[in-house]
Design a protein around this ligand. Sequence first.
Ligand code: ADP
Length: 469
Amino acid sequence: MRKLLRFLNPLAYLGVKQYTILFPFAASVLICVLSEFYAHVIAGNPEVIGSYIILIHITSIIYFAFRNGIPGGLTATVVALAYYFYIIKTQDYTGQRLTSSIVTTIELGIIYFVISLAIGHLKQKIDRMIFREAEEKRRLQVIIDQLPVGVIVTDHQGKILHQNKQIKTLLTRTEQNEGVSLQGPLNKSLETGASMSKREFVVHRSDGKKSYLQISATPIRNSEGHIIAAASIISDITAQKDLESKKDDFVNMASHELKTPITSMRLYIESLLSTKTPHTSRQGHKTLKRVHYQIEKLQEIVSDLLDVSRIQTGKLLLHKERFLLNDLVRETVKELQSSTIKHVLRYESHASITLTADKFRIYQVLTNLITNAVKYSPDGGKILIRLNRKNGQSLLSVEDHGIGIDQTQHKKIFERLYQVTDRTEKTFPGLGMGLYISKEIIKRHKGDIWVESQKGKGSTFYVSMPIGS
Ligand code: ADP
C-alpha cells in the first residue's frame, strides 16, 4: 500500500529526472475508457459527461505534468484530444455542430498544451535545482572526506548536515571522555555567534595514552547576518605535540650540557684576565676581553634556552621577597648605561613602590626591555624608564625612539621564538626568547606586559604588577 501511495505521489518524484510517458499514457487511456463506460453503460447518455470530462482531463494533465514533467503532461494532452476526436467521430456530428466541436477541441488542446508546458517546465526546473544541490552536497562530501582533519557542519539548531570520515575516528577516541564533546565548540559558537579558534583538548585514550585535539568552530551567516549554520574543524595534533615535547626535551638537555663547559670557560678567561703577567701583550688582553664578552653572550643564550624549557615544562619557580622596586630599577639602569655610549638612559619615578616578587626575575624582565630598547634604537638617543603607581598597580615603562613595531606584530612579539622579519629587522641578532620569557614571568606575578608602538617612531613597553603580589 505504501509502495502504491509512493508510486502515485507526485512529490516523491521531485528531484528525479526520469520523465517516462508509459504511466501517463496508460492512466489517461484508462480515464477515457472509464468515462466512456460511465456515459454509455451507467448513465446511458453520452452528453452527460461533457463538462466533467474536461475538468477530469485538466486535473490529470496537471497531475502528470507535475509527476512526469513535460512528456507526462503532453502524453495526457494527446490522449485527451484523441478521445475528443473519437467522440466527435462516433457521435456523427454534422454541419455547424461538427465545426464548433472541432473548434472547441482545438481551443481545449491549446489550453491543455500550455498547462502541460508550464507545469512540466516548472517541475523540471525544480528537479534540476534539487539535483544540482544534491550534486553539490556530494561534491562537498567527497572534498571534506579527503581532508586530513575532521569536519562537522550543522544547521542553526545544531543538527549535523555534513561530517567526514575523520570525525568517526575522532569520535571513537572521545567517547570515553565526558568533558570533551566534538560538537560542544560548535554549539557554543551557534549560541554566542563568535568564532572559536584552535582550542586544544586533551583526550584520555583507552590504551592509557593521551591524544590532543585542536578544535576551531565558526558560525556561518546569510547575507542578512543571521546565523544559518556552523562549521567546525577538528585536528588530531598528538604527533605535533609529541614532536614539540621531544624538541623541548632536546633543548633542555642540550642547554644543561652546555651550561657547565661555558661556565668553566668563563672562569678560565676571568682568571687569565685578572692575572696580569708580563707576557700578556696588550693585543692578547684585548682578545681575551672579546672572548669573555662572547662567552657572556653565549651564557645568556643558554640561560634563556633553559628558562624557555622551564616555562614549557611548568618548572619556572619564583623565589619571592619584599624589596623596593625603585632601587632595583635605578641600579639596573645605571648598570646598563655603562654598556652603551650612544644612548642616554633616564630613570624617572614619582612613587616609591615596594613589591613582593622574584627580584632576579623582575631584574631579568627589566634588563630585557632596556637592552631591546638599546638594540632596536641603532641611531642611539634617549631611553626613558618610568616607574609609577596606577590603579593600585605598579606601572613600569621603557620608552625608546628606535625602529618601532608595526601594529600587526604587537601581540606576536610575545610569542615563543617570534621575531619580526622585515628588511630593516634582519640585521638585528636575537632568538626571540626575551619577550616570551618576560611575559611568562610577569604572568606568574599576576601582572601584564604590553607594547605601544608605531613603525619608525619608537616603542614603549609597559609592565604592570599588583603591588600586593
Ligand atoms: P630578540 O630581541 O632576541 O629577537 P625578543 O623576544 O626580545 O627577542 O623580541 C622579539 C622581537 O620583538 C624582536 O625580534 C624585535 O623584532 C621586536 N622588538 C622587541 N623590542 C623592541 C623594541 N624596543 N623596538 C622594536 N622592536 C622590538
